[in-house]
Ligand binder design. Structure first.
Ligand code: EPU
Length: 417
């Protein structure tokens, strides 16, 4: 068990380099098994979700070499085997082994995935899509068994633009006979990154990044090289931190276009920042205007930046409405923020946040990854010392968070308890 100790109110200046996107990397690693041979994935963030996926790849007899942020995965001697619950439940993205193994091996046995407790998180669209491609799916307690003699391309309509279902079905369909079209596909930049990797392996995918993705099946994929795109959620979290307590804090290695939903809101709030081709420099300013945030699928305001953003809303002069629309349980951080002095009232998936309120350090608990990140931002802004327990949630998605923040002047450490 680890806890994080933060002494707040230190102005942060300098540069925070952004790493590869968690939500892309966690799909690219399982996707590698579709290619027979060696794949190289660059700019992989050093997060605990990466380590969990490497353990699953090794269980499947893939040879994984890690050199800093570069991973080499040799799938030549892949052995298809049951993925047990102690591995699958370490993260949500273990479910990408369903699509990847179904595609390559036409057989998968895997226990239900884990992930943050931010909602009920069904995978019915993944399952319905696999079935539409020709898979027979049974469950045995918490175990899924997926098998197919062959997969056949078809039209799949998603009732919601699900990131996970879009990726999982893209993975499985690469080896299906004929053409698969995913209608109402999610449009996230991460999906483009996965499609680029699969196409570099020899897949035939068009339309990634739009609502309609077409996959023409192939018989063979080979190893390929890909670089993980910059993490827009890590970047967004630190940009918000800059608006809270930055003094020319530069967030570098980003794609500003992927952050437009956030920067538009920061403009509305009259935050003090400038955007260059690959960075944003931001300073704290007084008298931020309140604003209303509604999380939406890409390119709308990202649900994963909603919780960090709620901390900034506590510093705006007036009442803001923060409405979450994707996950029914993304307000777990609010009791901790209120304990620190925020004025937030929650009604279902909507929060009313009235500011500005002075935040005071407290003992708080990270209930999930992005809620935990929100508490880090609050702790760095607050007067006195904040102690966050259950920081393992945060380490699942923010690489080298202590080093990155210490380098810009934060007083933050993680201790074992
Ligand atoms: N949904 C269903 N059925 C399905 C799949 C999804 O009802 O079969 C619902 C979900 O319950 C949710 C909505 O559809 O209400 C969106 O789910 P989606 O499938 O898009 O989410 P995901 O793929 O499970 C990924 C990220 C999340 C991020 C969401 C939305 C990964 C590993 N996770 O989840 O990231 O919030 O997309 O952008 O890529 C995080 O990083 O903190 C995080 C939770």
């Amino acid at each position: 068990m680890k806890k994080m100790i933060i002494t707040g109110e230190n102005k942060l200046s300098g540069t925070i380099p952004i790493g590869g996107a968690k939500n892309s990397a966690v799909a690219l690693l399982p996707a590698a098994i579709l290619g027979r041979g060696i794949s190289t994935i660059k700019n992989v963030p050093e997060i605990s979700d990466r380590d969990a996926l490497i353990s699953i790849l090794e269980l499947l007899n893939c040879q994984v070499t890690v050199h800093k942020d570069e991973l080499t995965i040799d799938t030549t001697n892949l052995k298809n085997t049951l993925i047990p619950s102690n591995l699958s439940n370490r993260l949500r993205a273990s479910y990408y082994f369903m699509g990847a193994l179904l595609g390559r091996e036409k057989y998968v046995e895997i226990y239900i995935p884990g992930g943050c407790n931010i909602g009920s998180r069904p995978i019915d669209m993944h399952i319905a899509g696999f079935k539409a491609l020709g898979a027979d799916i049974t469950t045995d307690g918490d175990k899924y068994i997926l098998k197919a003699d062959k997969l056949v391309g078809t039209d799949i309509y998603l009732r919601f633009q699900s990131v996970g279902a879009t990726i999982n079905l893209m993975l499985a369909a690469t080896y299906a006979e004929g053409t698969t079209t995913i209608h109402n596909a999610a449009e996230e930049a991460e999906i483009v990154n996965i499609a680029e990797f699969l196409n570099a392996m020899g897949a035939k995918i068009t339309g990634a990044g739009t609502r309609e993705i077409t996959i023409t099946g192939v018989n063979e994929l080979h190893g390929a090289e890909i670089s993980v795109l910059p993490d827009r959620i890590e970047a967004g979290t630190y940009i918000i931190l800059g608006a809270l307590i930055g003094d020319n804090l530069c967030i570098k290695n980003i794609i500003p276009k992927h952050l437009e939903a956030l920067t538009d809101k920061l403009k509305e709030m009259q935050a003090n920042f400038t955007i260059s081709s690959d960075s944003i420099t931001i300073s704290a300013t007084k008298n931020l205007k309140p604003c209303n945030i509604k999380t939406l699928v890409y390119p709308g305001f990202p649900t994963d930046i909603g919780q960090p953003m709620s901390v900034l809303l506590t510093q705006c002069a007036g009442t803001s409405i923060f409405e979450e629309t994707i996950w029914e349980n993304r307000m777990g951080h609010v009791p901790s923020l209120n304990k620190m002095g925020a004025h937030i009232t929650v009604n279902g998936m909507t929060a009313l946040i009235t500011g500005p309120t002075k935040l005071i350090g407290q003992n708080v608990v990270a209930t999930d990854l992005r809620g935990g990140a929100a508490l880090v931002l609050a702790g760095l802004t607050a007067e006195g010392t904040t102690v966050i327990s259950d920081v393992e949630h945060i380490l699942r998605g923010y690489e080298n968070i202590v080093t990155k923040l210490t380098n810009v002047g934060a007083k933050i450490e993680i201790v074992e308890i």
